[in-house]
Design a protein around this ligand. Sequence first.
Ligand code: HEM
Length: 49
Amino acid sequence: MYKGQDGAVAMLAKSTLEGSTGKWGTKPMKPQKVDLADAHKLSEWILSL
Ligand code: HEM
């Protein structure tokens, strides 16, 4: 969905680290306890699917 968009990796990493709300329905996701490097790796993986 965000594949190929400028800043997609940074945007998803930010959502992972800070939590996210209002993008997919009403349930919020809490901040995940991962460091910045892992959040970037996870974002790159998500975007590779
Ligand atoms: C390390 C593990 C996780 C990663 C990397 C991750 C990553 C993400 C990202 C990047 C988004 C934002 C999607 C977007 O912008 O469209 C998101 C949303 C969401 N996640 Fe996670 N997530 C993780 C674990 C979890 C867990 C454990 C839960 C539930 C307990 C969860 C529940 C949700 C929900 C409900 C949303 C939608 C929030 C919204 O509507 O904005 N996530 N997740």
